[in-house]
Design a protein around this ligand. Structure first.
Ligand code: RIB
Ligand code: CA
Length: 312
């Protein structure tokens, strides 16, 4: 199976690891374009990181710059978790690559128009959903060319940026509500599953002792352990990599179809994904919410993918 993909991201350490996973499987994950959006860091930094990552991993894929702020709200970067550059302490080589001329929503629409006969696109957003919402609102016919959206975001219970919300949804709740109510099938890779998908300190040490590429991604992920979230933890969650891993190995995941909507208030539940888990609910089931993963297989497949880059 080969998937035509548009990848929307805010690199961001776990977005960067998602790049490494995707680049190792370009035979299956046929990324037609990459778009940046402010989130983990400012639009300038995440866009620069996306360009450097495509060069570092030898990905001949265009990058377009996206939104510098949510639809209605002020941008609040997650710099404390991803560091000043957005990639922790890792210094990727500079690149002379430049962004595509079009802004992200138009770039995404053009890539949809370039689909071959019979093809439909898979959108993989691992960031606030601002660009995707703008695509769907600016070009209403875009939805008919989209097979599904495999997104990192949300949670059935709990949160990370607040006790009730996950960062990508919290940053731009209105954009998320537009996407969840679009009618396009959604695979929601929320915290319930992504917190079961990551590496431990030993695995990261093994990467640090590896080749140039392995060391770079090890440096990025090691940075997490110096942040408040992980100082006393033995494992990190690599949230964004779950999206591509689901496309590569759906068999290692399980979940439940349900209705998901987004709290767009300014209260304590801002950005909460309201997941209707009631089996008897007649609310339209707009999302497959992943709830479990084979953590060991996730780690094995991801480690293999990262290490493969030093063998090319
Ligand atoms: O909550 C995790 C998400 O927020 C990930 O996409 C991470 O990169 C940050 O953007
Ligand atoms: Ca991200």
């Amino acid at each position: 199976m080969k998937y035509p993909i548009l990848f929307d991201c805010d690199p961001g350490i776990d977005d960067a690891v998602a790049f490494a996973l995707a680049a190792a499987h370009s035979d299956v994950l046929d990324i037609r374009g990459i778009t940046s959006v402010a989130g983990n860091q400012t639009i300038e930094r995440v866009t620069g990181n996306a360009l450097k990552l495509t060069a570092f991993l030898g990905m001949d894929i265009p990058v377009a710059r996206g939104s510098k702020a949510p639809l209605l709200r002020e941008i609040i970067p997650a710099g404390d978790i991803h560091g000043e550059t957005g990639l922790g302490n890792c210094k990727l080589p500079e690149t002379d690559r430049t962004v595509a001329g079009e802004p992200a929503p138009l770039f995404l629409y053009q890539k949809l128009q370039e689909l071959r006969e019979g093809e439909k696109m898979v959108l993989v957003p691992t960031a606030p959903l601002t660009n995707i919402a703008l695509l769907l609102k600016t070009f209403p016919d875009a939805a008919e060319k989209i097979d599904k959206i495999v997104l990192m975001g949300g949670a059935i219970t709990g949160g990370n940026i607040t006790s009730t919300a996950e960062f990508n949804i919290w940053e731009d709740p209105e954009a998320a509500q537009i996407v969840f109510s679009s009618g396009i099938p959604i695979i929601m890779c929320g915290l319930d599953v992504t917190c079961k998908c990551g590496f431990n300190r030993e695995q990261i040490q093994a990467l640090l002792a590896g080749g140039e590429k392995a060391k770079a991604f090890g440096e990025m992920m090691d940075f997490y352990f110096h942040t408040e979230v992980y100082t006393d933890k033995q494992r990190i969650a690599i949230h964004d990599a779950v999206t591509f891993m689901y496309l590569l190995h759906p068999e290692i995941f399980s979940g439940q179809e349900m209705n998901v909507s987004v709290d767009c208030s300014d209260g304590v539940n801002r950005g909460m994904t309201i997941c209707d888990t009631r089996s008897w609910s007649d609310a339209p089931k707009n999302a497959l919410v992943l709830t479990d993963a084979d953590s060991e297989k996730f780690e094995t497949y991801l480690m293999e993918a990262i290490l493969s880059h030093d063998k090319k």
